[in-house]
Design a protein around this ligand. Structure first.
Ligand code: NAP
Length: 290
């Protein structure tokens, strides 16, 4: 079994991005600038935004975080997005999800200028991704593809079972892996909460992408020998440590790992790859604008 080490891979890509940023700056160019909007006080969201800020500083990007209380109106948020859309100093920005219940997430996503939508959630970018056109690929699927590519994992002709059909992970990764070309050409099966007998599908899979948010859902009797397993899930479960929680994936790592050819750990797998992909998209946005 080989560990798909997202942290190590992301650290290597960070060095490449940092070198490119210094090259841009030394030629008189601007540092790429990523902004994030954080609404409310959700602990996990604060942690994600803090990691994104830290990663920006590590590669020499400028970063700005706009923090708003949970009780702002949707209209207020839409106006803040309009300001970022027209701010010439911002190359790309994200709105950290989830948003408070009274704010319609799709309205917010639709308001983002697609050329600054480095999360790749805007319908224009989702549409381009579906058509296989160059675009901002949303960060988690982009990170998974990059990780598979980094470890030279053959996808052509393989059967990939994706667990989960969300717009931010399951659906786009299923789309990408089924497209023609490198890190594609898979036969993809997508499973979700209404799928009957999920095990009958996962047992046929050469590659399993688990993105459902159910801790340790995938057990060893659901995986065939030699499968590649990518665990996207991150759930905080109570633990007797200083944080009061620990992170658990959708895969029962201890029992599944021995059967795998490759597997991602949680943490240190898909998470760091997601952040690095956001940086790659921001660099791409900055290049497009230059
Ligand atoms: P989501 O929007 O809640 O979608 C979950 C999907 O899983 C849905 O399609 C749901 O089916 C399906 N599902 C739920 N329970 C199931 C079950 N028991 N059996 C089969 N399918 C089931 O979640 P998400 O945003 O895609 O995130 C999934 C997980 O990945 C979460 O743990 C999240 O924290 C994590 N995540 C990690 C990263 C990272 O950077 N590592 C990034 C994004 C998300 P229905 O459609 O039928 O409801």
């Amino acid at each position: 079994m080989i560990l798909l080490n997202g942290k190590e891979t992301a650290d290597a890509i960070k060095l490449e991005i940092a070198a490119e940023v210094e090259a841009i700056v030394s030629k008189g160019g601007r540092r790429p600038h990523l902004a994030a909007i954080l609404v409310g006080d959700d602990g996990a969201s604060r942690t994600y935004v803090a990691s994104k800020e830290k990663a920006c500083s590590q590669v020499g990007f400028k970063s700005t975080v706009l923090r708003f209380p949970a009780d702002i109106t949707e209209q207020f948020l839409l106006e803040e997005i309009t300001k970022l859309n027209v701010d010439a100093d911002i190359d790309g920005f994200i709105v950290q999800l989830p948003l408070p219940k009274h704010i319609n997430e799709q309205n917010v996503i639709n308001a983002i200028d697609p050329s600054k939508d480095v999360d790749g959630f805007h319908p224009v970018n989702v549409g381009k991704l579906s058509l296989g056109e160059p675009t901002f690929i949303s960060a988690t699927p982009y990170g998974i593809i990059t990780l598979l590519e980094h470890y030279n994992i053959e996808t052509k002709g393989k059967h990939c079972v994706v667990l989960g059909r969300s717009n931010i992970v399951g659906r786009p990764i299923a789309n990408l892996l089924s497209q023609k070309g490198a890190v594609g050409d898979c036969t993809v099966t997508m499973c979700h909460s209404r799928t009957k007998d999920i095990k009958s599908y996962t047992l046929q899979a050469d590659i399993i992408i688990a993105a459902i948010g159910v801790p340790q859902f995938l057990k060893s009797d659901m995986v065939k020998e030699g499968a590649v397993v990518v665990d996207v899930g991150i759930t905080r479960i109570p633990a007797d440590n200083k944080n009061g929680f620990r992170l658990v994936g959708d895969v029962d790592f201890e029992t599944v790992a021995p059967k795998c050819s490759y597997i991602t750990p949680v943490p240190g797998g898909v998470g760091p790859m997601t952040i690095i992909s956001l940086l790659k998209n921001t660099l791409r946005a900055a290049r497009n604008r230059a």
